[in-house]
Design a protein around this ligand. Structure first.
Ligand SMILES: *[C@@H]1O[C@H](CO)[C@@H](O)[C@H](O)[C@H]1NC(C)=O
Ligand SMILES: *[C@@H]1O[C@H](CO)[C@@H](O)[C@H](O)[C@H]1NC(C)=O
Ligand SMILES: *[C@@H]1O[C@H](CO)[C@@H](O)[C@H](O)[C@H]1NC(C)=O
Ligand SMILES: *[C@@H]1O[C@H](CO)[C@@H](O)[C@H](O)[C@H]1NC(C)=O
Ligand SMILES: *[C@@H]1O[C@H](CO)[C@@H](O)[C@H](O)[C@H]1NC(C)=O
Ligand SMILES: *[C@@H]1O[C@H](CO)[C@@H](O)[C@H](O)[C@H]1NC(C)=O
Ligand SMILES: *[C@@H]1O[C@H](CO)[C@@H](O)[C@H](O)[C@H]1NC(C)=O
Ligand SMILES: *[C@@H]1O[C@H](CO)[C@@H](O)[C@H](O)[C@H]1NC(C)=O
Ligand SMILES: *[C@@H]1O[C@H](CO)[C@@H](O)[C@H](O)[C@H]1NC(C)=O
Ligand SMILES: *[C@@H]1O[C@H](CO)[C@@H](O)[C@H](O)[C@H]1NC(C)=O
Length: 322
């Protein structure tokens, strides 16, 4: 893991944000790695509303980290933010955008399908789609190797209704199922999630009424084989609670979280003025469930980000855009 690369890419994006062929700064976009490309869909451009842009970095070509070349793809048919996306691990080119804020029209099926091979958008038609999921936001989806996409919790727009349900979209049959939830799994939003050995590990986020954050030692785990939940109590270094952070899983089973906001009353747009999370980067060992603060030097460190997106590409932890 080379942390220098993280910082480097972050700085690059921030510094050159206004140059030609470089995306403007944004947040609440959704990002995905598929077919050796990292895509970003939609998001909110600073001081404006959401947008329908699609950008990607192509890792199949030789990649210059000091001047990555951005490509613009066919735009989304609607403006989009605060949803979630997954790349098919079966064909390695289909992308599913689930939930999210859409305008000017909401698709009742609440999702879109992007064929990244031919740059074509279509509406997601899932049999048994649960209409209470429509326009669900503040969620993260996880896809397994067998074509099941799992989406936990989230809320409707306007903060009104919060959920602790688990929705499952099987992309091999295009069927939608809402699973029964045990009462002790708290309704939550703006958490981070990663898949490790058929288990989805949920970290941090905001609970219930929205004012309280989830303790970072309270690790919620969903087993994608038995469809059951369990809780792990993590320990180790003190990691401040956060929302809107990102998480990736390394090959050796460490989860690296990055950024997020500490102030549960801050919205993404007011995040800049909220206190920075400490530490910015933390590592959770999934064998011991011990947190560590890698104590990374602040030299060349980027400002803290929240409501960004991140993916792990080989050993390089890329890309966060705010
Ligand atoms: C966004 O708005 C704030 C406050 O009005 C202003 O200070 C800032 O320069 C604006 N940023 C951009 C990129 O326009
Ligand atoms: C990468 O880009 C930088 C800046 O444009 C340039 O100076 C450098 O020569 C490039 N490196 C390679 C290997 O192309
Ligand atoms: C998709 O990618 C995975 C991992 O890189 C690979 O194991 C698999 O064979 C690929 N599947 C197809 C259909 O290309
Ligand atoms: C889309 O649906 C959400 C939630 O039902 C609603 O708040 C929003 O106004 C709708 N947007 C449009 C453009 O109809
Ligand atoms: C979903 O249904 C619409 C309308 O029937 C169709 O245009 C679209 O192509 C379908 N989407 C997919 C992914 O098949
Ligand atoms: C749809 O989701 C809601 C909210 O989680 C749940 O109460 C309801 O039972 C689900 N409906 C079906 C048919 O699964
Ligand atoms: C986690 O800790 C809490 C209190 O600190 C305790 O009540 C609970 O039983 C613990 N859970 C596990 C799975 O160890
Ligand atoms: C952990 O960090 C938080 C926020 O930085 C602080 O309020 C708290 O006192 C710390 N707890 C311990 C046990 O050090
Ligand atoms: C939290 O964020 C809100 C909105 O930006 C701000 O008004 C408030 O002062 C912040 N609270 C703290 C403790 O920083
Ligand atoms: C980071 O620094 C803290 C406080 O100095 C220390 O407790 C912790 O063990 C350090 N972590 C690592 C991974 O070095």
């Amino acid at each position: 893991m080379n942390f220098f690369h993280v910082f480097f890419i972050l700085n690059l994006i921030l510094i050159f944000a206004n140059c030609q062929n470089i995306p403007d700064s944004r947040f609440e976009q959704t990002g995905v790695l598929v077919n050796e490309k990292i895509y970003f869909f939609g998001g909110i451009l600073q001081n404006t509303s959401h947008n329908n842009e699609v950008w990607y970095l192509d890792f199949s070509k030789s990649f210059n980290i000091t001047s990555p070349s951005w490509h613009k793809d066919v735009e989304l048919p609607i403006k989009y933010d605060f949803g979630t996306s997954c790349g098919s691990r079966i064909d390695n080119f289909t992308v599913f955008l689930i939930g999210g804020r859409m305008s000017p029209i909401n698709y009742s099926s609440s999702g879109l399908v992007f064929n990244s091979k031919i740059s074509q958008w279509s509406i997601l038609n899932a049999t048994g789609f649960n209409s209470s999921f429509a326009s669900r936001i503040a969620i993260q989806s996880i896809i397994d190797d067998y074509g099941k996409i799992f989406i936990f919790g989230g809320r409707t727009q306007g903060q009104s209704i919060w959920f602790n349900d688990m929705n499952v979209l099987d992309i091999t049959t295009m069927t939608w199922t809402t699973l029964f939830q045990p009462q002790d799994i708290t309704k939550s939003v703006e958490y981070a999630a990663v898949l490790s050995n058929n288990q989805i590990i949920y970290i941090g986020g905001r609970i219930n009424s929205g004012k309280s954050l989830i303790d970072m030692n309270n690790i919620r785990i969903f087993d994608t084989k038995s469809f059951s939940w369990s809780i792990k109590n993590a320990s180790g270094d003190n990691i401040s609670a956060r929302l809107g952070h990102s998480a990736v899983l390394t090959q050796n089973g460490d989860i690296i979280i990055y950024g997020g906001a500490e102030n549960s009353t801050a919205s993404a747009t007011t995040f800049v003025s909220s206190p920075q999370v400490i530490p910015l980067i933390a590592i959770l060992n999934t064998n011991t469930w011990i947190w560590s603060n890698p104590n990374i030097s602040q030299t060349n460190a980027p400002p803290s980000l929240a409501f960004h997106s991140s993916v792990l590409y080989k050993k390089l932890f890329d890309c966060c855009i705010w």
